[in-house]
Design a binder for this molecule. Sequence first.
Ligand SMILES: *Cc1c(COP(=O)(O)O)cnc(C)c1O
Length: 369
Amino acid sequence: MDDTILVTRSSMPDIDEYMDEIKSMWESHWLTNMGPEHQKLQKELCSFLGVENIELFTNGHMALELTLQAMGLQGEVITTPFTFASTTHTIVRNGLEPVFCDIDPVTFTLDTDKLENLITDRTCAIMPVHVYGNICNVEEIDRIARKYELKVIYDAAHTFGETYKGKGVGSFGDASCFSFHATKVFNTIEGGAVTYRDKRLGEKLYELKNFGIHGPEEVSAVGANAKMNEFCAAMGLCNLKHVEEEISKRKIVVERYREHLEGIDGIQLNAFQPEVKSNYAYFPVIFEEKIFGSSRAEVFDALAEQGIIARKYFYPLTNTFSAFHGKYDVRETPAALHISKRVLTLPLYADLSLEDVDHICGIILKLRS
Ligand SMILES: *Cc1c(COP(=O)(O)O)cnc(C)c1O
């Protein structure tokens, strides 16, 4: 191993703990298809996340994609471009049309003041994204969705384990989709989940992740294969035991970053959301070149020279992807464009040492004018 510091580092349990968890599979020979580990993880996650219903998936992307399919939507879905490729892709892959709403420049989530103007008679749903651990304005989104009878599907990939006013983040909207990818706060190697309100949606999700099979001799939908396998579920069961501790370690790292970078001219840090119990998923920093004295690119390069790999996240915006052949106009989301050109997420994981944080901040602060 060299001493490169990457933007994140996957959480792993002790190897013996994992061995214990998977041992029974050598007797049962049950490796996938909603086996005992899958069922156990579903149950434990419901209680950890404070939700009633959950369905596990092979990854967060398929959780989102099949949720849209399960709802049988048609027309336009309002979303934001300040997100990972997955969010927008799931809309387009379902034959739906994304309509991009701008973001709030403080929380980086959907700007609810701009939402109602985008609703047309073709709008069927809203897919807001909780960003960096910041929770969307769920109350206002709920009010508008009720008024226009729209479905709400949250991309909750960044908010595992969070609560808003004491309620699990997965209990808002019609459904919330989580990612358990290796780089996320909680991982099952690859994995994802949907938490949802209506039990009938759960039945559809269960079928769609298993080819649309309804019974031994009936296939009632054109489904996919998106089942979480037993080895991934076992990894999740082990990681879940330590995730609270991992989050408290992340908090210490974040506090150290803030000590160095808070109040520096030309630097914007993530705002504190008083009603949110945070998971400290990311540490975004916005560099305003004219005031700070160096651009985001200069900071990125200076860190990279020292073997520290930050991430331009989210950049580029999804409404600028060449995959969409110039179909969308980025000028309609100016706040998202502004942030995406200036943001850098700094390395953050439970075992990142405070000395490393000091070192990273030292390099950044040297670039001040
Ligand atoms: C990680 C992520 C996804 C996709 O999840 P996968 O598990 O990698 O498929 C979707 N949306 C956001 C915002 C993400 O960060």
